[in-house]
Design a protein around this ligand. Structure first.
Ligand code: NAD
Ligand code: IPM
Ligand code: MN
Length: 350
C-alpha cells in the first residue's frame, strides 16, 4: 500500500487538488491519501509555511503532490516565513534535484496557444530543471543598508560539479527514452557558473552519453528559439532559475500554464514531489474556474515515477487526452467549464 501526501496550499491549490483527490480515489482506491498544511495556509495556522510535521510526513510518503503556494496576503512576511520559502524548504529536505517539466501540445489545443498552430502542433519537449541548487539556494544572500542610505541586495548563483552532473545524467537518460537530443542551456558567455555547467555537461556526455546528441545553447537564445521553433528541442537541460523561466514560457506553447505538470525527483527510492508548474493564481482563486489538468497530470507523473503504476498513468493520460479531444475546456483554454466540471470530464473518460 502506497501513501500520497497532498499539500493543497494556497489560492487555486486546494481547488485543483480536490480534483486530483477525486481522480486518485477512482483510479487507485488502495492508495492512502493524506493531507497536510503547507504554504501561506500553514503559516496562518501554525506560524510556518513548512512545519516539521509536514516535512516528516513528506519524507515518509511514497509521493507528495502539492497544489500551489503564495499570494498577496503573505507578500510582506519575512523571507523565511513566506509561502515560497516553505516550498524551497520542502524541495531541499526531499533532495529532489531534478525537476521534469514536460511541455506537450495536445492536438485539439494547438489553436489555444497564442502561437501559430504549425509552430506548436505536435510539440513534445521535456525541460529538466535543476531544482535544489543555483541562485535559489546560494549563500550569501541578504539586503543591507549602505552608509549613504542606499540598499544593496545580493543573491549568489553557485553550482558544484556533482550538482551539475547528477541532473545532467537525468537529462541524458531521459533523452535516450525520447528523441536522443539534449540542449543544455546556460550563460557560459558571462557567468562562471555557466562555464562550469558547460564543462561538466560536456565531460559527462563524452564519458557516458556519447550516443546522445548534445547541443549547448545560451539561455537567452533558448528563450527566443522556444517561440521561434520550439520543435527543434527534445530535452532541455538547465539550471534552477533559467528552468523556472523557460518552463513558464514553454507552457504557453501548449495552450495554458494550467496544463503543465512536473515531477521533482531525487535519488532512486526516495519520494518524489509533484507540482503543477503554475502558482496560486490569486487573480482567479476562489472562483472555481482554475484548470485542474496540470495538477491531474502531476498525479499522472506520480503514478509513473513514484508509485510504480505506469499502466494507470497511461490510462489517466489517455483519459485527459480524450476529455480534451471531446472539447472539455476551462476558461484559460477558451472554454467555460469550471474546475469541477473539468474534473468530471476527465473522470468520465477514465
Ligand atoms: P501564477 O502561475 O499563479 O499565475 C499566472 C497567470 O496564469 C495568472 O493569470 C493565473 O490566473 C493563470 N493561471 C495559473 N494557473 C492557472 C490554472 N490552473 N488555470 C487557469 N489559469 C491559471 O503566477 P503568479 O501570478 O506570478 O504567482 C502567484 C503566486 O503564486 C506568487 O505568490 C508566486 O510566488 C506563487 N507561485 C507558486 C508556485 C508553486 O506553488 N509551485 C508556482 C508559481 C508561482
Ligand atoms: C515554480 C515556482 C517556484 C519556483 C516558486 C513559487 C518558489 O515559480 O515552481 O515554478 O520559482 O521554483
Ligand atoms: Mn515558476
Amino acid at each position: 500500500m502506497s501513501t500520497l501526501l497532498l499539500l493543497p496550499g494556497d489560492g487555486i491549490g486546494p481547488e485543483v487538488c480536490a480534483q486530483v483527490r477525486r481522480v486518485a480515489e477512482r483510479l487507485t482506491p488502495d492508495l492512502v491519501i493524506e493531507e497536510g498544511p503547507f504554504g501561506g495556509a500553514s503559516f496562518d495556522a501554525h506560524g510556518a509555511p513548512l512545519t516539521e510535521e509536514t516535512k516528516a510526513r513528506a519524507l515518509a510518503a511514497d509521493a507528495v503532490l502539492m497544489g500551489a503556494v503564495g499570494g498577496p496576503k503573505w507578500a510582506d512576511a519575512p523571507r523565511d516565513k513566506r509561502p515560497e520559502a516553505g516550498l524551497l524548504g520542502l524541495r531541499a529536505a526531499m533532495q529532489v534535484f531534478a525537476n521534469l517539466r514536460p511541455a506537450l501540445c495536445f492536438d485539439p489545443l494547438a489553436d489555444a496557444s497564442t502561437l501559430k498552430r504549425e509552430v506548436v502542433a505536435g510539440l513534445d519537449i521535456m525541460i529538466v530543471r535543476e531544482l535544489t541548487g543555483g541562485i535559489y539556494f546560494g549563500e550569501p544572500r541578504f539586503i543591507e543598508t549602505l552608509a549613504d542610505g542606499q540598499k544593496r541586495a545580493v543573491d549568489t548563483q553557485v553550482y558544484t560539479t556533482s550538482e551539475i552532473e547528477r541532473v545532467g545524467r537525468v537529462a541524458f537518460e531521459m533523452a535516450r527514452g525520447r528523441r536522443n537530443h539534449v540542449t543544455s542551456c546556460e550563460k557560459a558567455n558571462v557567468m562562471d557558473s555557466g562555464l562550469l555547467w558547460r564543462e561538466v555537461v560536456t565531460a559527462l556526455h563524452r564519458r557516458d552519453y556519447a550516443d546522445v546528441r548534445l547541443e549547448h545553447m545560451l539561455a537567452d537564445n533558448a528563450a527566443m528559439q522556444l517561440v521561434r521553433n520550439p520543435k527543434q528541442f527534445d530535452v532541455i537541460l538547465t539550471d534552477n532559475l533559467f528552468g523556472d523561466i523557460l518552463s513558464d514560457e514553454a507552457s504557453q506553447l501548449t495552450g495554458s500554464i494550467g496544463l503543465l505538470p512536473s515531477a521533482a525527483l531525487g535519488a532512486p527510492g526516495r519520494p518524489g514531489l509533484y507540482e503543477p508548474i503554475h502558482g496560486s493564481a490569486p487573480d482567479i482563486a476562489g472562483q472555481g474556474i482554475a484548470n485542474p489538468v496540470a495538477a491531474i497530470l502531476s498525479f499522472e507523473m506520480a503514478l509513473r515515477w513514484s508509485l510504480g503504476r505506469a499502466e494507470l498513468a497511461d490510462a489517466l493520460f489517455a483519459a485527459v487526452r480524450r476529455a480534451l479531444d471531446a472539447g472539455a475546456r476551462t476558461r484559460d483554454l477558451g472554454g467555460a467549464l469550471t474546475t469541477v466540471q473539468m474534473g468530471d470530464a476527465v473522470l468520465a473518460q477514465l
